[in-house]
Design a protein around this ligand. Structure first.
Ligand SMILES: [Zn+2]
Length: 504
């Protein structure tokens, strides 16, 4: 993710680097009053009794339409199964199964703030005798829930849709859940994001639709296992009024036109975290090309943004190949951007980056491209470790910007270091308060740490460690410890004290 800059407090001491640093500050990252504007972080209580819904099955609702309570939840520790186990975000995700594939069938019209959808989730049971199957979902009228084609009892409580199979599901069995739902998306501030009023799907001026889900926003537009620890492949069948285009992740497989509507079918056959799934609707022109090494580039751009966009992406093919040489092959079947009327934030939605109309520029382009490796191909095991996503994306952007010239890089890093010190974020890089997850320190402090790690290891070991990290964890997730172990193996010496000094 990347936010439009406020005035950053970086002192520029060297005239050589003034220009590049100024550009960074004008177009660069952050920081939108991270403290004042954010909502209070959740305060999980660890010893709450198991919700009644689990203890007393008589509370189960019948499989008929319900209107979930959409008020902000009270903070409680989730019951068994109702968390994927990230201590930083215990309200997110679910256990007992592994989601394999999502099919999102949606009818959308920018003129009507309303989602009409059927979402099919294919998964595998990962524990013996699974009595309840839960998904993250906020809001909507749920019309119908099917398990393996049959109606199933379900309940909705604390942003979880919970299914109760007639018989417990055996371990390793496959299941298909289908959820039909409709309604206007709930608008509620995320405890992790202070710069957006709400996350999920937004309808803009009756003209366009975009999605912003990091970190906990995908549950505001489709039922899913909302944590990067459970990745899946995707198919999107998005129906929009004739004349509009629906864009999603992966490849456009088919477009089916009727007199009044068009259905766009997209498929992404690579594992993807829920927050990176996207649907954007608008009036776009498709721009298609290939990187010098042959990676398919396809962009969806509004006519007004086209000239600026073409300048911003002029080097993106070259940059894909440049990053591939350093971190390992570009992981996916395609790459590109979709421009959107979203204010001052861009997001690295997998293979199809959401690019804010007021942030079109080479720096945003390079930052989001770097995320295809850092965050997307290897995702965070815990949201607490956000420095690894944003520190690397910021640093790789800087490497590109300076042509990886050691002197220039060092000068910019020094200005980042002073800025971090003067900004005075009073928390460890490895454990930001939830409201500060996307803070100055996460981006700039993270980039300084990455640079110091590179200095400590030397280039050969640093890049070799990163390549092994991507080869080992690509398509999945890794923790800070797993990352450190990969770098230690390349370094041939322990780095635990070094990491502790920076992260704790
Ligand atoms: Zn980012």
């Amino acid at each position: 993710m990347k936010m439009q800059a406020l005035q950053a407090k970086v002192k520029i001491n060297n005239p050589q680097i003034t220009q590049i640093t100024q550009i960074f500050l004008i177009l660069g990252f952050l920081l939108i009053g991270c403290g004042e504007e954010t909502v209070a972080p959740p305060t999980p209580i660890q010893d709450e009794p198991i919700p009644a819904i689990f203890a007393t099955p008589t509370l189960i609702v019948s499989p008929t339409a319900v209107s979930p309570n959409t008020a902000a939840p009270t903070a409680t520790a989730p019951a068994d199964g109702l968390s994927i186990g990230d201590p930083y975000a215990p309200e997110l995700g679910n256990t007992g199964y592994d989601a394999q594939h999502y099919t999102l069938q949606m009818t959308l019209d920018p003129a009507i703030t309303h989602i009409e959808a059927t979402v099919q989730i294919e998964g595998i049971v990962t524990q013996p005798n699974l009595a309840a199957l839960s998904f993250d979902l906020v809001g909507f009228d749920i019309a119908d829930v099917l398990l393996n084609g049959e109606p199933v009892s379900f309940a909705y409580e604390n942003d979880k849709l919970i299914l109760f199979p007639a018989q417990p599901l055996p371990e390793n069995s496959q299941f298909v859940v289908s959820v039909a739902y409709a309604g206007a998306p709930v608008e509620r501030p995320s405890p992790y994001v202070g710069f957006a009023a709400s996350l999920g799907m937004s309808f803009v001026n009756g003209e366009s639709i975009y999605v912003l889900s990091e970190p906990d926003g995908s549950r505001y537009w489709f039922p899913n296992n909302d944590h990067p620890r459970d990745k899946a492949t995707y198919r999107f069948e998005i129906t929009v009024p004739a004349g509009l285009t629906a864009v999603a992740n992966g490849l456009l497989i088919e477009q089916i036109d009727s007199e009044t509507t068009s259905t766009f079918v997209w498929e992404h056959d690579f594992l993807m975290a829920s927050y990176l799934a996207t649907v954007v609707v608008g009036n776009f022109e498709r721009v298609e090309e290939r990187s010098p090494d042959g990676v398919l580039l396809r962009h969806y751009v509004t006519e007004e943004a086209m000239a600026e966009f073409e300048t911003a992406v002029a080097d993106v093919g070259e940059a894909i190949d440049w990053m591939s040489d350093r971190f390992g092959p570009y992981p996916y079947e395609a790459f590109g951007f979709v421009t959107a009327d979203v204010s001052s934030v861009s997001l690295e939605t997998q293979t199809m980056v959401l690019l804010a109309n007021n942030m079109i520029g080479q720096r945003t382009v390079m930052h989001e491209l770097a995320h295809m490796w850092f965050g997307n191909w290897v995702s965070l095991d815990s949201w607490q470790q956000m420095w690894r996503n944003e520190g690397f994306a910021t640093y790789v952007q800087l490497m590109w910007e300076t042509g990886d010239d050691p002197e220039d890089l060092q000068l910019v890093i020094e200005s980042f270091r002073s800025a971090v010190e003067e900004n005075g974020d009073d928390f460890p890089l490895g454990n930001p308060p939830p409201a500060q997850l996307f803070s100055f320190n996460t981006y700039f402090g993270g980039a300084v740490f990455v640079h110091e790690l590179r200095q400590e290891m030397g280039d050969e070991a640093f890049f070799s460690g990163l390549q092994t990290y991507f080869a080992t964890y690509g398509g999945g997730t890794a923790s800070d410890d797993q990352f450190r172990e990969m770098m230690e193996a390349a370094h041939g010496a322990p780095l635990d004290d070094f990491f502790a000094e920076w992260l704790e």
